[in-house]
Write a protein of this length. Structure first.
Length: 95
C-alpha cells in the first residue's frame, strides 16, 4: 500500500509547534471577534488551533503567530480561512 502525494506532503510538512496565537474575524452578525489561543501544530499551509471555540467553517480570519526564543520575538500576520473542526479545536488554512 503506497502513500499518495497529498498524504506524503501533509505528513512531512506539519510540525508539532505550540505557541501563542491571536485570531481576528467577523462573526455571523458582522461583529469583530478577537481571541487568543495556542497552536497545536503548524505547516506552510496552515495551523491547528487548540481551543474550545468553534467558528463557522469557511470563515475568513487573520492569525498572528508569535515566535520567540531567539534574540528578538517575531510576529507573523497571516490571512486564512477556517477549514476544519477537531476534537480539540479547529484548523486554519493560510491564503
Amino acid at each position: 500500500m503506497g502513500i499518495s502525494d497529498k498524504d506524503d506532503r501533509r505528513r512531512y510538512s506539519r510540525v508539532v509547534f505550540t505557541t501563542k496565537i491571536e485570531i481576528y474575524m467577523l462573526d455571523e452578525s458582522g461583529q469583530n471577534v478577537q481571541f487568543a489561543a495556542n497552536s497545536k501544530d503548524l505547516s506552510q499551509r496552515g495551523v491547528l488551533v487548540k481551543t474550545d471555540r468553534r467558528p463557522s467553517l469557511d470563515m475568513a480570519c487573520r492569525v498572528n503567530v508569535y515566535l520567540s526564543g531567539g534574540i528578538d520575538d517575531f510576529k507573523l500576520e497571516i490571512q486564512g480561512r477556517i477549514v476544519r473542526h477537531t476534537g480539540t479545536g479547529f484548523a486554519i488554512e493560510f491564503e
